[in-house]
Write a protein of this length. Sequence first.
Lengths: 187, 77
Amino acid sequence: MKEQEALQLIETVISKTKKDLTDNGIFYLIWGWAVFIAALSHLALEVMPIAYIPSPFVWPIFMSTAGIISAIIAKKQMAKQQVKSYAEEFIKTMWFAFGISLALSIFITLWAEPMLCYPIVLIFYGMGTFTVGKIIKFKPLIIGGIICWLLSIASLFVNFNTQLAILAAGILISYIIPGHILYKQAK
Amino acid sequence: MSILVTAEEAEFNYLKEQTKATSGNLSVQIDKLKKAGYISVEKSFRNNFPLTICKKTDKGLLAFEKYVNDLKAYLKL
């Protein structure tokens, strides 16, 4: 029947468009793994120092690498992109504000009270992933966000090295796992 | 319209690929939808190539929803 076919065609096209609009999780994977490896490397260097390599050194290296890779991939994606979703503008703006807020909070806490640095970083991870998860209706990000918030409180009561381990766990649950799921779904 | 209702905006080439229409046919359809006030069309350039971006209008969304509801109502008879 013509009407039935019309309806089915509409449903098919809507599904295909939604699929083309989905996030492939690549940035969660890039930043997730970068922070995860940096946190664990920092922890390893605290526990087993290597001469002439100050342990916090790992952060600028991994973060700038992740930043450069992200910029290259973002440029490529934007050049190829032919269809845009409503949420996209909001999500991009949010991550930008997130980045600035994160950098400021790291600078301020390291200057004033270093033991608060990672708890506050976890608050921001929670905010970012929870918000995006809610907007795109993706449960792993929502759960990851909530867990980051819980971990941020937990990290108040432990020493610095344990905070690094908690940070690694937080990023694994809120970035890496959802990132892999998104990546797989996008295929 | 299904594509434009789902996304905020879509490029001409994307619409062409998804509908498997020819450039000529698609241009005609886009013109009709634009004249009906169902979509807006923005023409610009990217890397010296012409770029056409289509967005639905509120009027277009309402018309599409009515169309789908009419289809569903008809099929229930």
